[in-house]
Design a protein around this ligand. Structure first.
Ligand code: ZN
Ligand code: FE
Length: 254
């Protein structure tokens, strides 16, 4: 099992420190910056041994070189994007198992936000680190992929168990909820969740992690094959890829 410590950095990023309880290995998932992460590890008495990167964006790899220089840690990242991951040592891709200390992660290629994006699923710990692919009530912007790829990626994650905790990389949930209501406002579970999110944010509480089961029921980007959502965006009876493209475009302009 892994212990997880969540660190808010920059305006809305989350960096995660993960510790394998058997081996004592400590990983950093997507270090946007170095200092706050190393300080947090120091306070916990955790010695960083690994960095796990989901994709190449600066707010996910910005701390790589400094942390590696200070700790000698091993950097694990996407094979499909190895050239854009600073300091990468170990390349992983779809279906690989990565043994982090004693904890096993399954790796998924989830292109769409970027062409080389990956996700790490720790089945035993019910934890998914999905970077900017899946957010609480949203998904990442489609910078380098197409709707078909992105929908395929989201389906891989949607297939994981409901009890999976979704550790995404940004606190975007409240804005995502407003958009979600615009395309799925008659979804009672979404309305109820949106109210809970407003209450949490009013107290400055994080809304991440969320549970995948709740995302399946309320995240519009995981519901583009739902008949009522398709109808709400004027695409009743259309292919989920077409509905995904429409919902993603609407979010870009919301
Ligand atoms: Zn990104
Ligand atoms: Fe990001």
């Amino acid at each position: 099992m892994i212990e997880i410590h969540q660190i808010p950095v920059l305006s809305d990023n989350y960096v995660y420190l993960i510790r394998d309880q058997r081996s004592g290995s400590v990983g950093v998932v997507d270090p946007a910056v170095a200092e706050p992460v190393m300080e947090a590890a120091g306070r916990l008495g955790w010695k960083i041994t690994h960095i796990l990167n989901t994709h190449h964006h600066g707010d996910h790899v910005g701390g790589n070189r400094k942390i590696k220089a200070a700790t000698g840690c091993v950097i694990v990242g996407p094979r499909a994007d190895a050239g854009r991951i600073p300091g990468i040592d170990v390349q992983v891709g779809d279906g690989d198992f990565y043994d982090f200390g004693g904890a096993r992660a399954t790796v998924y290629d989830v292109p769409g936000h970027t062409r080389g994006h990956i996700a790490f699923w720790f089945a035993e710990s019910t934890a998914l680190f999905c970077g900017d692919t899946l957010f609480a009530l949203g998904c990442g912007r489609m910078f380098e992929g197409n709707p078909d790829q992105f929908w395929t990626s989201l389906c891989k994650l949607r297939d994981l168990p409901d009890e999976t905790r979704v550790f995404c990389a940004h606190e975007y949930t409240q804005a995502n909820a407003r958009f979600a209501l615009s395309v799925d406002g008659d979804n009672a579970a979404l309305v109820e969740r949106s109210n809970r999110i407003d209450a949490a944010r009013a107290e400055n509480k994080p809304t991440v992690p969320s549970l995948l089961g709740e995302e399946k029921a309320t995240n519009p980007f995981l519901r583009v094959d739902d008949a009522s959502l398709a109808a709400n965006v004027g695409l009743a009876g259309h292919d989920p890829v077409a509905v995904f493209a429409e919902v993603r475009a609407r979010k870009d302009n919301f």
